[in-house]
Design a protein around this ligand. Structure first.
Ligand code: AMP
Length: 407
């Protein structure tokens, strides 16, 4: 379980980035996206922790920031009707409870005491996860992202997302898009997405407006409304007769600028594709769907990856990077210039990866300018180190535009 930072800055949730499978049958595994409840955003007290661990359930635990020893953490564990609080000492970049066994990070520590009580009152059995409750509400209020449900009118369903419906809403007279979720199990992944979005601001990224966490009715992520829907649907429905060469190049540049921003800020999108780009009323393409977006240092499992869009090294070795996003950007360019066709047409899905790994590259879409096809092919360089950066890609696309090489 490497890769987690040893200490999370206060005010952040600690998102378990790895699936952790219990070691014994009775273990309740916690999975990627679960929030090991570092609810310590306000340095919660002993008493608050005890309330969060109520009703009693032996093995239920959370980690909070220590009130007495700032910078240290406290592990709070429910055991036979009582809550025990263990100070986690942080020294020389290592964490320890008993100053005998040391850990690189909290996940390792938690994993150790899940396997064996090793002096604690009980083995850790179940993390108290954020369930879209008070803790999450606090988190977003404190960071200024909490909106009031009273100001929001939900109007109609405009899309189906992975987590639930996407609705058109009215927030204080402005049209907004609202992702709604009622199911606690996916709430954490949803919160992770919102939490990434609070850190990002660019005119070609779909802007987060705020978050509503309601105890009863669930969770809502409110974003700017993109009237023309997803880029892939837009390309398919308008087609060649409506969308000219300048329009296609403009979409390509819009997305490239967003990606240059993510590159500069060390975020890796991991799911760049025309279905995850939305088009505004005034035809600006904006990158959306930060469900898989992570800071560049993290890793993730490769269970549900969109094979045709994902770079070979990311599929093979989980090596996600800005350069794997560059690969996906090449596929997205191909989608744009083919007016929303599904990549690798006529190749069965199972044959795509073996062929790509041998160096196969898609042909240029019909009518695609040769200069743009050259850009795509550079994105599909097998060695990620030899792919261009988004900064270079933007320069190339700007050059194509200014010299009118795309006509
Ligand atoms: P998603 O969960 O982000 O994949 O969204 C599912 C669908 O909902 C998209 O394909 C869009 O059609 C629609 N949608 C999502 N976000 C917005 C938005 N901000 N504005 C308009 N439509 C959206």
């Amino acid at each position: 379980m490497s890769g987690m930072q040893a200490v999370w800055p206060s005010g952040t949730e600690c998102i378990a980035k790895y699936n952790f499978h219990g070691t014994a049958e009775q273990d309740l595994p916690f999975s990627k996206g679960d929030v090991l409840t570092i609810v310590a955003v306000t340095k919660i007290t002993r008493e608050q922790a005890e309330r969060l661990l109520y009703p009693p359930e032996t093995g239920l635990f959370l980690v909070r920031e220590s009130t007495n020893y700032p910078g240290d953490y406290t592990l709070c564990v429910s055991c036979e009707g009582k809550v025990e609080h263990y100070r986690i000492i942080y020294s020389s970049s290592k964490l320890s409870i008993d100053e005998e066994v040391y850990f690189e990070n909290l996940m390792q520590l938690v994993e150790h005491y899940t396997t064996d009580a090793d002096g604690l009152c009980t083995r850790l059995i179940k993390p108290k996860v954020m369930e879209g409750t008070v803790a999450a509400q606090d988190e977003f209020s404190r960071s200024g992202w909490a909106l009031n449900m009273k100001d929001l009118k939900l109007l109609q369903i405009i899309g189906k997302g992975e987590f639930g419906d996407v609705m058109l809403g009215d927030y204080r007279g402005n049209k907004v898009a609202v992702k709604c979720i009622k199911n606690d199990a996916t709430a954490q992944a949803f919160l992770a997405e919102a939490s990434v979005m609070t850190q990002l601001r660019h005119s070609n990224l779909v802007q987060l407006l705020g978050v509503i966490v309601e105890e009863k009715s669930g969770l809502y992520i409110v974003t700017e409304y993109m009237a023309k829907g997803s880029l892939v649907d837009y390309l398919r429905s308008r087609g060649r007769s409506v969308l000219g060469a300048d329009c296609l190049l403009k979409f390509s540049l819009d997305v490239c600028e967003a990606m240059e921003y993510l590159e500069a800020n060390n975020f890796v999108h991991r799911d760049l594709a025309a279905r995850n780009v939305l088009v505004s009323e005034d035809n600006i393409a904006k990158v959306s769907d930060f469900g898989l977006t992570k800071e560049a240092s993290s890793t993730q499992d490769t269970g549900k990856l969109p094979v045709k869009w994902t770079a070979p090294e990311a599929l093979r070795e989980k090596k996600f990077s800005t350069k794997s996003d560059v690969w996906s950007f090449g596929i997205l360019l191909w989608e744009i210039y083919s007016f929303g066709r599904v990549p690798y047409p006529r190749i069965p899905l199972k044959d795509v990866v073996p062929r790509v790994e041998k160096g196969y590259k898609m042909d240029a879409p019909d009518g695609c300018p040769a200069v743009v096809y050259e850009v795509m092919k550079k994105c599909w360089t097998l060695d990620p180190g030899h792919r261009p950066s988004f900064h270079q890609l933007r320069e190339q696309l700007v050059h194509i535009k200014e010299k009118e090489l795309y006509l």
